[in-house]
Design a protein around this ligand. Structure first.
Ligand code: GLY
Length: 426
């Protein structure tokens, strides 16, 4: 593909975006990168501008000001706010779907109905918008009960309730306003038995390509206990993904999703994150996300041998058919999330972090997620998930050991992390 070096605007401020910035920065096709709002880690790689991810006019104006050839959208909030739509109107290529296609993440009720319309395999479900009907709906399900807030809740709006009492409490909390407008409706779902996995697929509106796999740990504490989080760690590749499961997932879930949104007038340009359960009947959809996972993206970027930029550009410009399938290093990669005490419910901000920016060696990287830097250079926690200690290795054991070696060199008494990332695969 004949592409001149590009000016890229990267939208977002998390560990996912730091990993994307790190990979993009290594591309010979990069002329200039600006990130907004970025974070202190991203600021070591490129210029950052203080524009909020959901400030669509501000972000579009910034893209115009820097004459961006490509905007890369990290977080779902920017998708749901309609950034890709505004950029399309401004004639600026964007890696990231329209708000309409983005409903595959921004509304779980939309997605379930979409699966019905287009024949995608997923669990039985019921959508309710009041407590009485939601409690009554539980009768049609067996424990454990899966209760989800309909809208965007940063990965925290899902409860797997072991009994009826816990399910009713989750319904009351969700519909009672715990997640604001995102909890105006609940989706009650059948619990799917099997092994969970995350497959990524990219699309330019027509051509579809698989783009790596990973597995995450959603619970806050070791042994898969504690509250659900946005993800406490990931590893890639995920052993659940045989070639057969990847092919089935592409054929039964990813390709029909891209075709479905296109047939409804919303061609998809970007990455689709397919979270699936590998059941005895084959892959069934758990949920879609309309962006790279965080922290799934971090391990994908460590394993991606190919230059990322041509894929981002091709998706935004309808040119994906011109590219070969991406090359992945035959290595394992691991990400250990370091979170602020109190995460996910009430993370404590402001604690001092030391040693996060030392040289961790060739195959290890510590990406910033929720950090801020004082004028004197002091690094502090400024979010729930704060740092991502990532490493690759010849096998998962080596990658895990390297990632924890990074964790152990960081002096941050105000945070916690899990010590068992990757246990299922080890
Ligand atoms: N790690 C899950 C997510 O990005 O939604």
């Amino acid at each position: 593909m004949d592409v001149s070096p590009l000016t890229i605007l990267l939208v977002g401020s998390g560990g996912r975006e730091h990993a994307l910035a790190w990979k993009i920065a290594s591309s010979p096709l990069l002329k200039r990168m600006v990130a907004a709002p970025g974070n202190p880690g991203i600021a070591t790689l490129c210029e950052v501008r203080d524009v909020k991810v959901d400030d669509v006019p501000g972000m579009t104006a910034l893209a115009r000001e820097i004459a961006a050839d490509l905007v890369v959208v990290g977080p779902e909030v920017a998708v749901a706010a309609g950034l890709a739509d505004a950029l399309e109107a401004a004639g600026i290529p964007c890696f990231g779907p329209s708000a309409a296609a983005g409903q595959l993440e921004s509304s779980k009720a939309f997605t379930k109905a979409f699966c019905d319309r287009h024949g995608l395999p997923t669990g039985r479900y019921q959508v309710c918008d009041d407590v009485a009907s939601a409690k009554a709906a539980l009768a049609a399900f067996t424990p454990p009960y899966v209760i989800k807030a309909d809208g965007l809740a940063a990965g925290k709006g899902v409860v797997i309730a072991e009994d009826r009492g816990a399910a009713e409490a989750a319904i009351e909390e969700t519909l009672g306003g715990r997640f604001g407008a995102a909890g105006a409706r609940v989706v009650i779902e059948e619990f799917l038995e099997g092994e969970i996995g995350s497959l990524f697929a990219i699309c330019d509106g027509h051509t579809v390509m698989a783009f790596g796999d990973a597995q995450d740990h959603k619970r806050a504490f070791d042994g898969e206990i504690g509250p659900n989080t946005g993800g406490m760690g990931t590893y890639s590749p995920a052993p659940v993904f045989t070639d057969e499961l990847i092919a089935q997932t592409m054929e039964r879930l990813a390709a029909p999703a891209f075709a479905g949104v296109a047939s409804e007038g919303h061609p998809y340009r970007g990455v689709l994150f397919v979270e699936l359960m590998a059941t005895r009947e084959g892959p069934k959809l758990v949920e879609f996300n309309v962006r790279f996972g965080d922290p799934e993206c971090q391990v994908l970027m460590l394993r991606l041998e190919s230059d990322l930029v041509p894929y981002l550009w091709a998706c935004a410009n309808g040119r994906l058919a011109e590219l070969p399938t991406p090359v992945w290093r035959d290595e394992a990669a691991v990400c250990v999330v370091m979170a602020a005490d109190g995460y996910p419910d009430s993370p404590l901000g402001g604690s001092i972090i030391r040693g996060a920016e030392q040289d961790f060696g060739e195959q290890a990287h510590v990406f910033h997620a929720g950090t801020k830097r004082d004028a004197d250079g002091t690094l502090r926690a400024a979010g729930g998930r704060v740092l991502n200690a990532c490493a690759s290795g010849a096998n998962l054991r080596q990658a895990v050991d390297r990632a924890y070696a990074c964790v152990d060199r960081i002096d941050w008494p105000g945070g916690f992390h899990r010590r068992d990332i990757g246990w299922r695969a080890l």
